[in-house]
Design a protein around this ligand. Structure first.
Ligand SMILES: [Fe+2]
Length: 266
């Protein structure tokens, strides 16, 4: 099966710009590109920072932007989201009795677990014992391989300004997944606004660029707490899943460079 991974759409109210580009236009362009090239995808997931300031009008705009998509859309929260306004505009989104936006869905031959790493009012992530208990129970009960979706990475990626905003005190998360690492076939994340791939504790992961603005690749600590942004191209992921493999393609959907058949030049 095929699904689409979008992240960090950062919509704002009244169709405004953000850091010199327009997040609504960027998302509309992504949706149009997906409808043209991947209308057969069976799901689309947005891994948080749906909006930049959590404004009601931004969630209303998000609903409008997603309307043309023919496939079901699954969303989770990021640090920039507003829990109350999200609930108001996405009342059908599943949530735990305690209010956390965590839920499970079948995704092809996998079980997808959607996690809530938001710490309200903070930009780093949190994963408390309540959320960890839910994750542990889901992993213990799972009768098939699992893929995880979460906004914040729970490990450093080498960009100091962003590592300071990773999942803070990840011990509850790590305890919940302990012993289940082999069952977790992939972890899809956002937050860093960069394409980053690898494995952690034996679990493969991918992080993609957002649809509006990005984070520059500055490894190590440059002595500043500020995050260096960039206007590298926006991106979404095309994920191919079957029992044997998880394949993640990164699509720079605004790229207009020449296309040509290689054999014509051979
Ligand atoms: Fe973000």
């Amino acid at each position: 099966m095929k699904f689409i991974h979008l992240t960090d759409t950062h919509l704002v109210e009244h169709g405004g710009d953000l850091f010199g580009t327009n997040p609504r236009t960027r998302l509309e362009q992504a949706v149009a590109h997906i409808c043209e090239h991947h209308a057969d995808a069976e799901a689309l997931v947005i891994t948080g920072d749906l909006t930049h300031l959590g404004q009601p009008g931004a969630y209303a705009a998000l609903r409008e932007c997603l309307e043309p998509l023919p496939m079901p859309v699954h969303t989770i929260l990021g640090n920039h989201d507003g829990r109350e306004n999200y609930r108001r505009f996405f009342p059908e989104a599943p949530r735990m009795p305690e209010g956390f936006v965590q839920y499970a869905r079948p995704l092809g031959e996998y079980l997808a677990l959607f996690l809530d790493t938001q710490d309200p009012g903070e930009h780093w992530g949190a994963f408390c014992e309540t959320r960890a208990c839910w994750l542990r129970e889901q992993l213990q009960a799972a009768d098939r391989p699992v893929v995880l979706f979460m906004h914040h990475p729970f490990f450093p990626v080498g960009i100091a300004s962003m590592d300071a905003l990773a999942l803070r005190e990840p011990r509850h998360f790590l305890a919940a997944i302990a012993g289940h690492e082999a069952r977790i076939r992939h972890i899809f994340m956002g937050h860093i606004h960069r394409p980053i791939f690898g494995s952690v504790r034996g679990m493969p992961f991918s992080i993609l660029r957002g649809t509006n603005h990005q984070v520059a690749l500055v490894l190590g600590d440059d002595g500043s707490n500020d995050i260096l942004g960039s206007h590298e191209p926006p991106q979404y992921g095309v994920v191919l899943l079957d029992a044997e493999q998880v394949v993640v393609h990164a699509e720079d959907y605004l790229d207009r460079s020449d296309r040509f058949y290689l054999h014509a030049y051979g």
